[in-house]
Design a protein around this ligand. Structure first.
Ligand SMILES: [Zn+2]
Length: 319
């Protein structure tokens, strides 16, 4: 497909999204597929949205009912992150939200004609590729970042997640799963714009041994070998893996998507150990509740063409 860039639209460079200005998609992007948990067929469209509007989901099958992607609208489910407002549900938002934050897309309307986002290939790569195809449009508004001012942690037995002050946005994850995954750790610095290459391609995964139980619970009606890494205790059923440590990279992907519910890109350091969606969103809730733990800041325009384009935190000013 050949796309002719429009006026004011840049072809997306993976290093480019550290712009201090907000961005939206340059044109409408369409996806279709089934939801991982519901198995329901869904058509989804990402529409350009005005500066300052954020990420808003819209159920076209329910009179365009809208649910903004904010921590206030998180529904209580453990297997995926879902949003709920006035008992209307939007399920499994984390992979799309991860791609939006990871690639610097601030404003978009997400139209869905069913309750769950399509699982696609189980990663965020189809979203990143679509953004690269249509390009992103820079908007006339400075992006606001949520700068972490003090430690906020959530503990649950041997599970842990915390956020700490720091320049840039780094995310570290440690996992400890049964064989063949075992212990894995991964850290990504999103200020260096490594999301598209290091995180987006990592797919979700599940153990064959759990399949019947999960099917009985109605949790994986849409799973297939093309939408998830399937494992047995002996190894990967549908290899090859995209990375040796694809599992922990997918956990990083999920965490970035769940933290997007803070409503802004974070400036700080996030560390998680054996956590999951419930703990990710618990951290968002605890963080947002503590107004002394963060402040909103914008990045100042660059005075000169300097290398600070890859280190947006270096040029931040308080609102
Ligand atoms: Zn996931």
């Amino acid at each position: 497909m050949t796309l002719i860039p429009q006026v004011g639209v840049r072809k997306l460079d993976l290093l480019d999204s550290s712009s201090y200005l907000e961005q939206t998609v340059a044109s409408v992007i369409e996806f279709s597929g089934v939801g991982l948990h519901s198995g329901a067929l869904v058509q989804m469209r990402l529409l350009p949205a005005p500066a300052g509007s954020g990420i808003v989901f819209r159920r076209t099958d329910l009179e365009n009912f809208e649910i903004p992607a904010t921590g206030r609208n998180v529904a209580k489910v453990s297997y995926a992150t879902s949003l709920m407002r006035q008992s209307v549900l939007i399920s499994t938002t984390e992979h799309l939200l991860s791609a939006l934050i990871g690639m610097g897309v601030d404003n978009v309307i997400v139209e869905l004609d069913n309750l769950e986002l399509p699982i696609l290939d189980g990663s965020a790569l189809p979203y990143v590729e679509a953004f690269q195809q249509v390009g992103l449009k820079t908007q006339r508004r400075r992006r606001e970042y949520l700068r972490i001012l003090k430690t906020v942690e959530v503990l649950d037995g041997d599970k842990f997640i915390g956020v700490y002050p720091g320049e840039g946005y780094s995310v570290s994850y440690h996992i400890d799963f049964p064989a063949p995954i075992g212990r894995q750790a991964f850290t990504v610095d999103l200020a260096t714009r490594n999301y598209g290459l290091q995180i987006a391609p990592a797919r979700t995964f599940g153990f064959k041994e759990d399949e019947q139980m999960l099917r009985n619970m109605g949790l994986i009606r849409g799973v297939s070998e093309s939408s998830a890494i399937i494992l047995t205790r002996q190894g990967v059923v549908n290899g090859p893996l995209r990375f040796d440590d694809e599992f922990v990279r997918h956990k990083v992907l999920d965490l970035i998507g769940d933290l997007a519910l803070a409503g802004h890109q974070i400036l700080g350091r996030v560390v998680a150990e054996r956590a999951g969606h419930a703990m990710h969103t618990a951290l968002v809730a605890k963080l947002l509740k503590d107004r002394s733990a963060w402040k909103l800041v914008t990045a100042a325009p660059e005075k000169t063409k300097s290398k600070s384009v890859t280190a947006p935190a270096a040029s931040l000013v308080t609102v």
